[in-house]
Design a protein around this ligand. Structure first.
Ligand code: HEC
Length: 109
């Protein structure tokens, strides 16, 4: 019997990296980032540092993985270990604005 299985093993599967990159390279309207900055200053800066710089005792949010928006929303809404939950204080839109601020950082200021 003659057959040619060889070709089956050269099927490309190299596009996953491109998709990841696009998910990370998102951008947000400046007004949303500004809103997030204000919510951050009022609620988060005491632990995570003014303008996300030199956090007094919580983690540095500049190191939070940019490709995990759902983890951000869940951690902020429900709390995690030493961080209190914010779901009763902040609306989902507020948390979206915070995400925009964390991702865009302090670049604009
Ligand atoms: C009372 C102090 C405190 C305040 C206020 C606070 N955090 Fe935190 N936060 C922490 C601590 C402590 C951790 C580290 C939790 C751990 O891993 O033990 C943390 C962790 C996090 C994480 C990482 C969660 C993860 O999945 O790894 C995010 C995101 C975060 N905070 C966002 C916020 C945002 C946004 C606000 C403002 C709404 C806020 N925090 C306010 C103390 C605080």
């Amino acid at each position: 019997m003659k057959h040619g299985f060889g070709l089956l093993f050269v099927v490309p599967f190299a596009c996953a990296a491109t998709v990841m990159h696009e998910a990370v390279a998102q951008s947000f309207p400046p007004a949303l980032v500004q809103q997030g900055a204000e919510i951050f200053a009022a609620n988060c800066a005491v632990c995570h540092g003014n303008h996300m710089k030199n956090p007094p005792w919580a983690i540095d949010l500049a190191t939070f993985p940019r490709d995990e928006p759902m983890r951000f929303v869940n951690s902020v809404t429900d709390g995690v270990r030493n961080m209190p939950p914010w779901g009763d204080v902040l609306k989902p839109d507020d948390i979206k604005a915070l995400w925009a601020y964390v991702v865009e950082g302090e670049k604009g200021n």
